[in-house]
Design a protein around this ligand. Structure first.
Ligand code: SAH
Ligand code: SF4
Ligand code: F3S
Length: 434
């Protein structure tokens, strides 16, 4: 019998991207072959996000689009699957399986059963102890993700994540080290440790900074990054480590969400703007060149023009390398969904534009100041732009670089001179290989 083919698509954050990799290896374990073409697949699996309304709208649109592959089993997993459960059968009539983020161990066999003709299934039981381990790694990639925590219990008032991802839990530290060993053996040079709030990591007496210490000692991973951090849990030890070793990359994604203390309090973020700025100062005192990136929401209920000005002021003070900016989107069941969504759409839109203009201006100032400097780049892929072939890589600060070279390959760490900018991407020039 020919092996069954499965096609996967992923929406949402890096944690979903990691889960999709885990699901791929589980499905291969179940005898499936991963296919890049939905039209030849026996099963189609879409991993989804619920964080804003338009994330769900897009996923439902895509699922209905994929429904035209009539012979294939259609399955949906991830945060939207958890949130909507069997309500999804009304929105996507061709759907066969709905599986939430704690049910992935049962998902490959459920997909197999559906391919053999079994009927609809809903797997949305929550289990706050589940963490997924990488058992095998397919292919070779210089840069990979690894989840070290799951869930979130911070209950920021606007956020759906705690409801769909469940209780906060940390992966056992020895398991993290073992998985890093697998990644290293497959050729991985850079790992980004993932969680909704990685600095809250705790496995027995091992906290996040201890875990980084173990990784530095027990693995040879060249570059270690992490995402996301919550200002409430920041530990100074992390900046000390960044000052001591270049293996911990000098970049932190530290969402601040809003500049107004009144709004931050209604958001239930647990810090004020001055506490946030204090973290930035402490970090830069220990390692002055740390690059900060952030997430910001505009148009939260009750946000006035003055509140928004405070958000702009934060951006000017911190000088972020870049930021993800969002219009507030009420999510059913969250605390802030009970507040009137009173900032008109046009105002949200214009605040977003003003904010993005400020962010881009500062970003350009930061990157333009690097022109002429020599940086260590980890090359991660080949890209073709028009008639030119480039290698693509990142600086330790997570800035993009393209470089032309006959001598280098993805996976190499090389020194380049940053010659010019194309949008926000540096064009680098080869100096020496390593
Ligand atoms: N755990 C991370 C964020 C995860 S969600 C943290 O706490 O920093 C990613 C981003 O989506 C959030 O930082 C926030 O800026 C945005 N977001 C979450 N819920 C939102 C909503 N209801 N409307 C608009 N943006 C939202
Ligand atoms: Fe959502 Fe807040 Fe948890 Fe981040 S920390 S996932 S914004 S509840
Ligand atoms: Fe979206 Fe779920 Fe990530 S809601 S942002 S995919 S944790």
């Amino acid at each position: 019998m020919r092996p069954k083919k499965v096609y996967l698509e992923c929406f949402g954050c890096q944690m979903n991207a990691f889960d999709t990799e885990v699901l791929e290896s589980m499905l291969e374990g179940e005898g499936f072959v991963i296919s890049k073409d939905p039209s030849e697949a026996d099963a189609i699996l879409v991993n989804t996000c619920s964080v804003r309304e338009n994330a769900e709208r897009r996923a439902i649109g895509r699922l209905n689009d994929l429904s035209r592959h009539k012979g294939a089993v259609l399955a949906v997993c991830g945060c939207m699957a958890q949130r909507l459960g069997d309500r999804l059968f009304e929105l996507v009539t061709a759907l066969d399986i709905v599986a939430g983020p704690d049910s992935y161990a049962a998902l490959p066999s459920a997909i197999s059963a559906a391919v053999s003709g079994e009927g609809r299934k809903v797997l949305v039981e929550k289990d706050g102890s589940v963490t997924y381990r990488l058992r095998s790694v397919s292919g070779s990639s210089p840069s990979r993700y690894l989840s070290i925590t799951r869930g979130c219990e911070n209950y920021c008032s606007y956020c759906i994540v705690p409801y769909v991802r469940g209780t906060f839990r940390s992966k056992d530290a020895c398991a993290v080290i073992e998985e890093l060993g697998l990644l290293e053996a497959s050729g991985t040079k850079e790992v980004t440790l993932l969680g909704q709030n990685v600095m809250a990591y705790r496995s027995e007496d091992c906290g996040f900074v201890d875990l980084l210490g173990r990784i530095l000692e027990e693995t040879d991973i060249e570059r270690i990054r992490f995402l996301t951090t919550h200002p409430r849990d920041v530990d100074n030890g992390i900046f000390t480590l960044m000052a001591e070793t270049d293996r911990i990359c000098p970049h932190i994604h530290l969402p601040f969400q809003a500049g107004s203390d009144r709004i931050l309090s209604i958001m239930n973020r647990g810090y004020t703007s001055s506490v946030y700025l204090d973290i930035i100062d402490r970090a830069r005192a220990l390692r002055p060149d740390i690059a900060f990136t952030t997430d910001i929401i505009v148009g939260f209920p009750g946000e006035t023009e003055d509140d928004f000005e405070e958000t702009l002021a934060m951006v000017e003070k911190v000088r972020f390398d870049s930021a993800f900016t969002f219009k507030y989107s009420p999510r059913e069941g969250t605390k802030s969904a009970g507040l009137e969504d009173d900032v008109p759409v046009e105002v949200k839109k214009s605040r977003l534009e003003t904010l993005n203009t400020t962010i881009q201006r500062i970003r350009m100032e930061i990157v333009a100041a690097r022109i002429g400097s020599v940086e260590e780049i980890l090359l991660d892929a080949r890209v073709i732009k028009g008639e030119y072939q480039f290698l693509k890589g990142r600086t330790p600060h997570f800035r993009n670089v393209l470089v032309e070279s006959e001598n280098w390959n993805p996976g190499d760490t090389v020194s380049v001179v940053l010659r010019e900018l194309s949008n926000f991407t540096f064009i680098g020039e080869e100096i020496t290989g390593r």
